[in-house]
Design a protein around this ligand. Structure first.
Ligand code: GLA
Length: 696
């Protein structure tokens, strides 16, 4: 068992392959004694026997303790749990009660002696991947009155005092997600997503270290939130130097009236300690996704997407021409993006009316699907199921189905409004519409978009008189529909998209198969964005398209080969107007797609190493087989000067005694490749190379 309890010291030891998490309870509160390198059970018990560090003011009891900062009492940490009882009492006094151990999970119960609020701290241990997930479950055990929850985060995370730096990703449309490492200040550091959207501004994960970690070495403490709605991370340094993080659903406009006997569980926060630097931390996250989050680790098909080729101008003839070209260069999935449904001439109309526009696709979807299938590809479709344009039959029939306040104008963004997925009838409409499409047509893939946040969070006639429930219910509705698609249409894959990368989070990745990380398809920019994404999210889900040159977003011109190589470091897609490509370009592209198919198992299932240190303007990535049976290197250069051309990179992760062939060269040992390396030829601007390393 991965969890043990020691009665005399009243401590729990949660063990993974390489880490330990030790909790103990003293006078009713919970203390986190250790989260780091693996300890023996004896060590953990000895630790629990040491004097506990006092709280602020030694006689002050810390209530929920390190693991739960409830509001109330003398410890003025930013609380993760704030409730109001019907008599107006707004403080909590939670005392640890019993616990339940089952295989790899631990429930610790807390209760307030004066009120019927039952709280469970839940821990799930993933021994093989060193991840521990945490969540909170609240139950109103009373029979008469609701309990109002004003704030409910998933976890209070006690971080090591010596942590001084925080790494995370941030962005905006066309520039998400980018990595930054920032000092942890006195006071508080906060990142969030609002409006019911994970958001472009920041993604819900972080890593802290003591300022000395590098790509290859050092300790890190990292966390990721599984929630596709408004969220908040607050990291605060307390007056006694403790470092405390609150991570979970946002408390902005949050008010959930927990009805008698109702239960509310928070999303999970996944925790990972690692001692192999930032690179090791990323690889550990990727491994966790492969083992426990993704439903399959099979590489995704090479896709073609029509968006940048035709925008809204979808026609049977136009799409069929693109499909012929896509099949010719080796694409396996053909996706018709926005513009295929009734009334969708531009972004002013049509959302909600999910039938093929007869003026664009006269025989409906089937003739196009048949053509794509004849060409040997699967067929996929873009949808934005949570949205409606006021100019649509759906909205004309159901103007009350959107979030709104009756006294206010409805804020349109991209000319659209957000459907209230909290309502059972709306949820049913969305499900039955998608179910109908997937049942009637041979569709293997949906690109699921969400192009605007919720700005008018009104829900007239919410059955409990509690419209703020929408912040929870919308995400529940989203997950519910995605789960039903998985269950009833298991062969259909879903791509998460939100105006580019507005829905990058552990929760969405767990419910889908791949992610559109940004609308910025400029290959050079994309390298940075992919570097950001792959810090904490799996390469196997990271879609990247080869698009036109010059790039629509910044006018940059880049060689076709470079654009391909960048996209080949993730899930390869093509998103350009292939009818404008010359024969030579199509032949070159077909060769590159073929090369990708040779290495995609390594890219999607291997260990990803960001190689370095490298000269300015050079980036190199290695994907190494997890058993050391080969690798593929990618090198990229920008702004090389003075005739510099050669870059030596060492290749980690291979079998030291194994023999490998690098390109057409003579066999060479893994030891030499790791210690000495190989030379990559990278000169000038936007040069690139892909170099497979195969067993000799
Ligand atoms: C969003 C997506 C794009 C494209 C458009 C279609 O912006 O990010 O890839 O699908 O919508 O309207």
């Amino acid at each position: 068992m991965a969890i043990s309890y020691d009665r005399p010291s009243r401590s729990w030891h949660l063990r993974t392959a390489h880490t330990s998490y030790v909790l103990a309870t003293g006078v009713g509160e919970l203390a986190l004694l250790h989260w780091g390198k693996a300890l023996s059970d004896e060590d953990a018990i000895a630790l629990a026997g040491l004097p506990r560090p006092p709280g602020p003011g030694s006689s002050w009891r810390r209530q929920g303790g390190d693991e739960l900062a409830e509001y109330g009492g003398p410890d003025l940490r930013l609380p993760s749990l704030v409730v109001e009882f019907v008599d107006g009492t707004r403080t909590l006094d939670l005392i640890v009660g019993s616990y339940f151990l089952e295989d790899d999970s631990l429930d610790i119960e807390l209760a307030d002696p004066a009120y019927p609020l039952h709280v469970v701290l839940r821990y799930d241990v993933y021994e093989d991947t060193d991840v521990i997930t945490r969540s909170l479950q609240l139950t109103n055990s009373g029979t008469e009155e609701p309990i109002r929850i004003h704030a409910l985060a998933s976890a209070d995370i006690r971080l090591p005092e010596r942590a001084s730096r925080l790494s995370h990703t941030f962005g905006r449309w066309g520039a998400e997600p980018q990595l930054e490492r920032v000092p942890i200040p006195e006071g508080r550091l906060e990142f969030d997503g609002r409006g019911g959207q994970t958001g472009h501004r920041a993604q819900p994960w972080f890593t802290v270290d003591d300022g000395t970690a590098t790509e290859e070495s050092g300790e890190t403490w990292s966390a990721s939130l599984a929630w596709t709605g408004s969220w908040r991370l607050a990291v605060e340094r307390l007056v006694d130097d403790r470092l405390h993080a609150v991570f979970g659903m946002h408390d902005l406009d949050f008010a959930f009236d927990l009805q008698p006997e109702e239960e509310l569980a928070t999303p999970e926060v996944a925790l990972l300690y690692h001692d192999g630097g930032f690179g090791g931390t990323s690889r550990a996250w990727h491994d966790h996704y492969r083992q426990h989050v993704l439903r399959s680790d099979e590489p995704r098909p090479v896709l073609y997407n029509s968006w940048e080729a035709t925008y809204f101008d979808v026609t049977f003839r136009g799409q069929a021409l693109l499909a012929e070209r896509a099949a010719r260069i080796g694409c396996e999935l053909f996706v018709v993006d926005d513009g295929w449904f009734t009334g969708r001439k531009d972004d002013h109309a049509g959302l909600g009316d999910w039938t093929a526009d007869p003026t664009k696709l006269p025989g409906g979807l089937d003739p196009l699907i048949d053509r794509v299938r004849q060409l040997g590809m699967r067929f996929g479709l873009w949808v934005e199921p949570e949205m409606v344009n006021p100019d649509s039959d759906l909205y004309r029939a159901h103007p009350d189905w959107v979030y709104h306040f009756p006294s206010r104008p409805r804020t349109e963004l991209r000319n659209q409004l957000v459907l209230n997925l909290g309502r059972a009838d709306v949820r049913e409409f969305v499900w039955s519409t998608l179910h109908g499409l997937l049942t009637r047509h041979d569709i293997s893939f949906l690109k699921w978009d969400f192009n605007r946040p919720v700005t008018d969070p009104g829900w007239p006639d919410e059955p409990h008189g509690n419209p703020q429930r929408l912040w929870v219910e919308h995400v529940r509705g989203l997950y519910d529909i995605l789960d039903r698609i998985r269950k009833q249409h298991p062969a259909v894959a879903v791509e998460a998209c939100s105006g580019g990368g507005g829905r990058i989070d552990l929760g969405m990745i767990g419910h889908t198969d791949q992610v559109w990380i940004s609308d910025n398809t400029d290959a050079y920019d994309r390298l940075s964005l992919q570097n950001g994404y792959a810090q904490a999210y799996p390469v196997a889900t990271m879609v990247s398209w080869v698009t036109g040159s010059p790039s629509f977003i910044n006018g940059r011109t880049a060689p076709l080969r470079y654009r391909f190589h960048v996209a080949m470091t993730g899930v390869l897609g093509i998103g350009d107007d292939l009818t404008s490509w010359t024969d030579d370009e199509l032949v070159e592209a077909a060769g590159l797609v073929e090369e990708y198919k040779e290495v995609r198992d390594l890219v999607c299932q291997g260990d990803r190493y960001r190689l370095g240190p490298l000269p300015a303007g050079v980036e190199a990535i290695a994907y190494v087989d997890r058993d050391g049976r080969g690798a593929v290197l990618f090198g990229f250069a920008h702004g090389r000067r003075f005739g510099d051309a050669r870059v030596r990179v060492r290749v980690p992760g291979l079998e030291p005694a194994g023999r490998y062939r690098v390109g057409a060269g003579k066999p060479i040992s893994g030891r030499v490749l790791g210690a000495y390396g190989v030379d990559l030829e990278l000169a000038g601007d936007l040069a690139s190379v892909m170099l497979p390393i195969d067993p000799a």
